[in-house]
Design a protein around this ligand. Structure first.
Ligand SMILES: [Zn+2]
Ligand SMILES: [Zn+2]
Length: 148
């Protein structure tokens, strides 16, 4: 019997480095972007962080090692307390969403970035030549700006 793949219901899975925390996201990501803000840099240890946005109620994060850290007012960053992997980002600004770091997903290549955000804080030695739109802040803020 042929199985039909329903894109809207496709299941994306992932896990932290030690496997103690698992992620299951149903359906397509609503967006994918690189964030260059300082908080993402410190939280992940990388020069920028790449997130996929999902509807909150379509994502299940399991495992006793899952913890959340309130990194700034209204913001919760999820991580594994055993291996230290950064996993998620939730903000009271977008209560219906959860942002998952694509590096913890089993098929990160499936999440194709569409933009760079918070490029005001981008490291000068990082040269963006992928042609994607850049936003100095978060595009949802009032200071929305797209570089020409
Ligand atoms: Zn872990
Ligand atoms: Zn950020």
């Amino acid at each position: 019997m042929a199985e039909e793949v329903d894109v809207a219901e496709a299941l994306h899975t992932g896990s932290c480095l030690c496997g103690g925390v698992t992620i299951a996201a149903k359906g397509a990501a609503t967006w994918v972007a690189h964030c260059h803000c300082r908080s993402c840099r410190r939280a992940t240890g990388g020069p920028f962080a790449t997130f996929a946005g999902f509807e909150r109620d379509k994502v299940m994060i399991s495992g006793e090692a899952y913890r959340q850290h309130a990194s700034s007012p209204g913001v919760k960053r999820g991580f594994c307390k055993k291996c230290g992997a950064s996993i998620s980002y939730e903000s009271s600004k977008w209560p219906a969403e959860i942002h998952i770091l694509v590096g913890v997903m089993d098929a990160p290549q499936d999440f194709i970035p569409q933009a760079h955000v918070c490029t005001k804080s981008k490291l000068a030695w990082l040269h963006l030549e992928d042609g994607l739109p850049t936003f100095e802040e978060f595009p949802s803020s009032n200071q929305q700006r797209e570089e020409a």
